[in-house]
Design a protein around this ligand. Structure first.
Ligand code: HEC
Length: 99
């Protein structure tokens, strides 16, 4: 029974991981990076965990909401018109983890 569960779950986990990597490599450089690499207008910088710590406290859903609606200097959807909520989540996870 355990073995069966593994066989069923593993491909699913692999597909999820692949989807988020794709979002990051497809969208990050063309959209979020424009502001979040250098911290334009006080944007939290990619890979600088201390910039993200106070924002992460709000929770992932609140941050996805900020991106979708825009926040101060950040335009709605962070300029990524084709990003889904899951893509934003993957992008935020990528940007907020320390390099
Ligand atoms: C035009 C510049 C710009 C682009 C492009 C941009 N951001 Fe931002 N982002 C900002 C700025 C500025 C802030 C800080 C806003 C504030 O708190 O005043 C910010 C804040 C955020 C936050 C924190 C929100 C919160 O609730 O504290 C997240 C998450 C975020 N950006 C994600 C993204 C993602 C994902 C992308 C790409 C899809 C993106 N941003 C693209 C400028 C940008």
């Amino acid at each position: 029974m355990k073995k069966l569960l593994l066989v069923v779950l593993l491909p699913f986990v692999a597909v999820m991981a692949q989807a988020s990597e794709q979002a990051v490599s497809k969208y990050y450089a063309k959209t979020c990076a424009i502001c979040h690499t250098s911290g334009v207008a006080n944007a939290p910088k990619t890979g600088v965990a201390s910039d993200w710590a106070p924002r992460l406290e709000k929770g992932m859903d609140a941050m996805v909401h900020s991106v979708q609606n825009g926040l101060n200097a950040m335009p709605p959807k962070g300029m990524c018109m084709s990003c889904s909520a899951d893509d934003f989540k993957a992008l935020i996870e990528y940007m907020s983890s320390a390099k």
